[in-house]
Design a protein around this ligand. Sequence first.
Ligand code: ADP
Ligand code: MG
Length: 691
Amino acid sequence: MNKSHNLLGKPLQYLKGVGDVKAALFQRLGIFTIEDVITHYPRDYEDRSRLKKIIQLEDAQKVSFEGVIASKPVESRPRRGFVITRVSIVDETGLINAIWFNQPYLKNYFKKGEKYIFYGTITRKRTFEVLNPVYEKISESGPVNTCRIVPIYPSTGRLTQNAIRAVIRSALEYAGDELIEFLPEWICKEYNLVDSQFAIHNIHYPDSDNAFQRARERLVFEELLLLQLGLISLKSLPETDQPGIKFGAGKQVREFIQRLPFELTKAQTRVVAQIEQDMESGRVMNRLIQGDVGSGKTIVAVIALVKAVKSGYQGAFMAPTEILADQHYHSVKPMLERFGIRTALLTGSTSVKDAKGLLKDVSEGNVDVLIGTHALLEEKVVFMKLGLVITDEQHRFGVRQRAIISQKGENPDILVMTATPIPRTLALILYGDLDISIIDELPPGRKKVETYAVDEHMRERINKFIRKHVTQGRQVYIVCPLVEESDAVEAKSATELADELANKTFSDLRVGLIHGKMKSSEKESTMLDFVRGEMDILVSTTVIEVGVNVPNAALMVVENAERFGLAQLHQLRGRVGRGEHQSYCILFSDSKSQVARERMKVMEQTTDGFVISEKDLELRGPGDFFGTRQHGIPDMKIANLYKDMDVLKQAQEAALKLIENDRGLKLPQNQMLCQAIKEKFSKMANVISLN
Ligand code: ADP
Ligand code: MG
């Protein structure tokens, strides 16, 4: 839609019946202009279209019926502040009693002998009864609130549905004709979309079921297309048509894989094939590997590194923390070394002296693979021939950082790995610029982490369970949601809990504490103690969420588990079950809320990260779910990222075609579209690269 157009951009007060007071109520919903209100889409509909005779009414049915007020309304006040108004309604077939609570003005509103349409749920007692029905006097322009499919709008308490409907009705009458198509013609044709005017009218007042479906489809497409285009521009893609490196070394890769101590899983094999194909093509690879914790992403990365190095290039492998970089270095180096590949580690704790020699080696090509942290991004790190960049745990690295390291080579291929299971819909959006590979299979022989949701009654038994694990030589994580005690939220503080455990419950065991407010050097040294087995129980906040591998840890206890999202619980649980020991996850929760219980049940029933993330999305519902706000994605007005997967794919395809033909959307036929994107993303600071 186009704000330059006169009426659409006008404030709501231009409409009849909207004064400053009402306008202020709309503003709370983020609605300022006539266009805003027209694009305030219904969240639901009620079918009030079938008008019944009173004799046809059935118990528990929600229906519209027409009738004449048979007698003066009767009011009673059974107790203070409680008013009941009763009205008898008749038609030629029968009688029904309507009852309203606390609407005393109705006593003088309904006049004997007048005709109304009502809508509500029928109860059949001795006579028919209907509680708090919607009512509407029959006027010349026809009914708005009854007798049809009626929209239900998102609202705040003080704006009634009738008020919103009236304003939208009048906005549509006043300015509806000004809605002009802003999608390029070819898109509407190719994706078989109804035009903007049709869509808007029918989303509010559908002429038929089919019209509604078509309208919704169009608006969902439009919303997702704008989102996709906006994100692409946010990411300021590198030119996709830049020539990439054509890697070879297929033979050496086969050989490397054959010499591995295990066989690759089917999923790993498939992903390796996708990577090899990318690397051999002349295009720059931009690929995301999504794989659950323990699915074996590292080895896939190593294979890509082998391919790069054996083709005569260097590789960089970046991890978000020193502990992780260190772990990668120690597990990867021996594998590569056996194959004649020289590997080095660079982190913030590499001494200046060591770094100097190391950087020289890297710049002269005496190091083939450099593993490290953010330190790799520093200017002084210069490669001789960087061909492949791998980043682990993508969500910790921004797009910009990916770009910085890429610039250290000439269009190197890029591989991004993440263990955060993201629903496919969301991945398509967040990583719209990346091809996605999924490792959806764990190596054979893994024992499932047994998970139990328990309440406070089980505290003593769980404490015994903890002790039993430590006695057997295992280690235990206990995770709390907050760092400090707060009255507002009755969460357990990690600090207090650690004190209590260390001084009372487990005073004979080695209890450590780690939380987000500690200095990073403290965190690292505590973590290292745990990694080395010098600590039995580690009490922590969610700082352990990412990456750490302690195979001897076999028990994870989560306090106030209801305070964590599903995706987060899954990440936490992934810290155990990494060794040969049967592992357990105990979720403490006293919450009685439906959603909380549902979450606990999901955790007990499945360990599949993708199932869990889809479930997470479903339980949270559209508009409010994992990750979007952080990534600066605007709220969805109509699209449901859980259900509208098919449309999302189409919108993504259309977005790519558009960008291919007109980077920056500068062509005249794309101007209105460009404008619409800017408006949608206007609240976000840095929409770049579009004009
Ligand atoms: P993540 O995907 O969490 O990074 P890792 O790459 O650390 O997982 O792999 C977890 C463990 O599984 C490692 O010890 C690795 O050697 C092992 N592993 C990986 N692939 C296989 C396989 N195909 N068969 C057996 N073990 C494997
Ligand atoms: Mg990993």
